[in-house]
Design a protein. Structure first.
Length: 482
């Protein structure tokens, strides 16, 4: 971490915004501090968006006075119920609040709030590194108030609660998720007592809404190395409550001296691999969930060893209920994850064999526009320690990619629409909707995907006419439009 002298800190909070706030606070005779995440990020030289200001007195009163001083350039929103006010000025957002003391009841994350001192306000914060405050009043401008050794914890890379972690976590169990999230995004270690309290209080997570949990989980997902978070969630027992499907992958069974790999750690490797290649949140979700079907179909087959037949299909079936439970979106993003989980073995199966045009065409047809993401997932999925094996796979993958490109250019399969559709078939033979039409459509699709006929109207029409005659003795009634 960067070391700042008191003078440098004073400089850091000498922006026009902070100067104005300090001046207004002095005039109102209020103690005034910038506090929390903003101070942490400032000391760590990280970019920070929102500024939290806490005063001894009314947060709304000072916000209104600051707004009056700026005039038209600023926008103020007041939340009387919460005793807070938010000021937007020059692209910055400042939240004003009076210093408060909080106490909790057992069944709710919502505290009973009373006016308090700065110390009370720091006591209610979640972590030592989030409890730092810098004074904005003129006489003490830049003075750091750090009652819990937050600066030291930033230097040492430690997440610890300011008070007894059992109380901090039990009061507001969302803090357990935030704990793992900060450890992940900042690459910090969770202090031992704090970590143990995660396990002891894990059941308290039940009073936290799925919406709040998923926000933290997605932040873990979007970090540069999400595995860090999932390892901590698993070690603390939280993962079992949130994502039992993933927690269940953490087993190794041995039979006749043969073990299968630990699919939890394999999954995390795949997730980190994908995270290195893509910022697409849902591609990362697909990576996390790609093997969740495995525990459902694991078998020991005497002549083969451990098998996981159909795990991709079974895994895909688990996606909709899982998304619903976690309050993840149920729209095309869910379908995308489901599809990737379902298809994640296909490129490997193709690469394992002679890469035929027809296999590639079928893959392209099923994956459509998600083909590139599917290939990314599949390459990330090759975590073998055997370098020769790995190289062979990756080389075959290159071949698959080249073929994909060739075939896409030649046949335009990606957004495949058969060149002769059901309407035309019915018209041609004077049919109403019936089984024969369906059969002919499938025949045509397979013919094109297998490369028997080109993906063009006239050859497709000739093929349909021929198959109709062979299969159903149907003759053309109408002259086909060409
Ligand atoms: P980021 O904005 O990067 O997510 P942050 O630390 O700024 O991190 P916010 O949610 O913006 O997090 O909250 C601002 C500050 O409010 C925190 O730094 C912390 O001091 C306090 N805080 C937020 N949520 C909690 C909570 N659940 N329990 C205790 N303190 C909290
Ligand atoms: Mg913040």
């Amino acid at each position: 971490m960067q070391h700042f002298s008191p003078e440098e800190l004073k400089d850091k909070v000498s922006t026009p915004m902070f100067q104005l706030i300090g001046q207004v606070a002095d005039e109102l005779g209020m103690e005034c501090y910038v506090i929390g995440g903003y101070v942490r990020d400032l000391l760590m030289n990280r970019p920070s968006k929102d500024i939290d200001v806490v005063v001894k007195g009314s947060g709304i009163a000072i916000a209104e006075a600051v707004k009056a001083r700026i005039g038209h350039g600023a926008h103020l929103s007041v939340f009387r119920n919460f005793g807070t006010a938010q000021l937007k000025w020059k692209g910055q957002e400042v939240e004003f609040v009076g210093a408060r003391r909080e106490s909790y009841t057992h069944d709710s994350r919502k505290p009973i709030v009373e006016d308090g001192t700065l110390e009370d306000d720091q006591n209610r914060r979640d972590f030592t590194i989030n409890a730092l405050a810098i004074c904005l009043n003129h006489d003490r401008l830049g003075e750091l108030v750090d009652p819990f050794g937050g600066v030291m914890d930033i230097e040492d890379g430690i997440i610890a609660t300011p008070l007894d972690p059992d109380i901090t976590f039990s009061d507001d169990p969302l803090r357990m998720m935030r704990c793992v999230r900060f450890a992940t995004t900042l690459h910090f270690q969770i202090e031992e007592e704090t970590f143990e309290a995660l396990g002891r209080n894990r059941e308290r997570l039940k009073i936290v809404s799925a919406e709040r949990i998923i926000v933290e989980l997605n932040k873990i997902m979007m970090s540069d190395q999400p595995s860090r978070g999932f390892v901590e969630l698993q070690r603390s027992g939280l993962l079992e409550l949130i994502l039992p499907e993933v927690a269940a992958l953490d087993v190794v069974e041995t039979k006749n001296g043969r073990s299968h790999k630990n699919n939890f750690y394999h999954t995390l490797e795949v997730l980190d691999n994908v995270a290195r290649l893509s910022d697409n949140l849902y591609l990362r979700w697909a990576a996390l969930l790609h093997d969740i079907g495995k525990p459902l179909c694991k078998r020991w087959e005497p002549l083969v060893g451990w098998t996981f037949h159909n795990h991709n299909y079974l895994g895909a079936k688990l996606i909709p209920p899982l998304f619903r439970r976690l309050k993840l979106p149920l729209d095309e993003r869910m379908k995308y994850v489901k599809k990737l989980v379902d298809l994640h073995m296909r490129p490997i199966a193709i690469a394992d064999d002679i890469v035929t045009d027809s296999a590639v065409r079928r893959l392209l047809f099923e994956a459509g526009n998600d083909i590139d993401d599917l290939m990314t997932l599949c390459e990330a999925d090759i975590t073998s320690r055997n370098e020769t094996k790995k190289r062979n796979f990756l080389n075959n993958f290159k071949l698959v990619r080249i073929k994909l490109k060739d075939i896409e250019e030649k046949d335009r399969i990606r957004n495949f629409q058969p060149p002769v559709d059901g309407e035309e078939i019915m018209h041609l033979f004077g049919l109403t909707p019936c089984r024969e039409v369906g059969v002919l459509k499938t025949e045509l699709k397979d013919g094109i995907l297998d490369g028997k006929i080109p993906n063009e109207h006239d050859p497709a029409l000739a093929f349909v006419i021929q198959r109709a005659k062979e299969l159903f003795q149907l003759e053309v009634k109408e002259t086909p439009a060409s």
